[in-house]
Write a protein that binds this ligand. Structure first.
Ligand code: HEC
Length: 269
């Protein structure tokens, strides 16, 4: 009897250790319960070892009872296991593939900025060349040459990517329904938020990104009340990938129409 009491004390100590240990290691509660359950089964087994010998079955009846024992145990395990959440490996693999696909997306913020910068540089060079040619050799040359000078690098390396970037940016404008609150190119708005046609003159791509990620970080001048109330949703960082935000910001940055009175953004944080 004393031996059994000792075993119970040790068993309970181990059980408690597992309970708190699992908690300290941030195991989900399900696992905590599972560990404790196993420990209690272990204690029971430990106690069974001390049960005095009986003259159990022999021969055929012994074989049958062992098989019956394992059958009951197996069915019990199978039944409880089927109650747990089931995972389909194919489904999990698809999810992982999707995540990895996003990672390989070429539209990372560094490349996006690099690409727009290169396009702007090329564009300026082309304009300069055209002007110089015009001043040197009359119209015929001037019309023909800039096309040749700009096109090869533009189509082969740069514009394919940047074209995608711009397309993705505009797509995001539609998908995220920014137009519900912002007028752009004379469309949308309903006067809830500022008209954005000149936002590119005020904010860099990075700053526009920041406004999308954290709308409270800037305030449009004259929109104090809307800013206070957090009218611009705070959800975009959760529903858009970094690449999508970059594309949208890069696309918005190209809007530099000074004829439109986009309110000045004021830094608030
Ligand atoms: C529910 C309405 C609403 C939606 C949707 C919304 N905004 Fe806004 N946004 C506002 C309001 C109101 C302001 C002005 C107050 C402020 O600065 O927070 C603003 C300000 C801005 C500004 C600063 C403008 C300036 O002149 O300083 C930018 C940039 C901007 N929003 C971009 C976006 C983009 C990009 C989206 C879509 C991803 C978007 N907004 C979706 C309401 C909205």
């Amino acid at each position: 009897m004393r031996k059994a009491a000792g075993k119970i004390v040790i068993g309970l100590a181990v059980t408690a250790g597992l309970w708190f240990g699992a908690m300290a290691l941030d195991f989900p509660p399900v696992f905590q319960g599972l560990f404790v359950g196993f420990a209690l089964v272990g204690v029971a087994m430990f106690l069974l070892l001390d049960v005095p010998h009986t003259n159990g079955p022999t021969g055929w009846s012994a074989t049958v009872s062992i098989i019956a024992f394992y059958l009951v145990l197996g069915l019990g395990y199978g039944a409880t296991a089927s109650l747990w959440p089931q995972f389909d490996p194919e489904e999990e693999r698809e999810k992982i593939a999707k995540i990895l696909e996003g990672k390989e997306n070429p539209l990372d913020p560094w490349r996006a900025e690099e690409i727009t910068k290169r396009i702007q540089e090329l564009d300026e060079k082309a304009k300069m060349l055209a002007e110089r040619l015009q001043s040197l050799g009359g119209e015929q040359v001037a019309v023909a040459v800039p096309k040749v000078a700009v096109q090869p690098p533009a189509t082969s390396t740069v514009s394919a990517d940047s074209g995608d970037l711009m397309k993705l940016g505009e797509e995001q404008w539609q998908l995220q329904e920014c137009y519900n609150c912002h007028k752009l190119r004379g469309e949308g708005g309903k006067k809830r938020g500022p008209e954005l046609d000149n936002i590119g003159s005020y904010l860099t791509v990075e700053e526009i990104k920041q406004k999308i990620i954290d709308p409270k970080s800037f305030m449009a001048e004259g929109f104090e009340k809307e800013w206070e109330k957090g009218r611009m949703p705070d959800k975009f960082k959760d529903v858009m990938s970094d690449a999508e935000i970059t594309a949208l910001a890069t696309w918005l940055h190209t809007f530099q129409n000074t004829a439109v009175a986009t309110p000045k953004p004021i830094k608030k944080k």
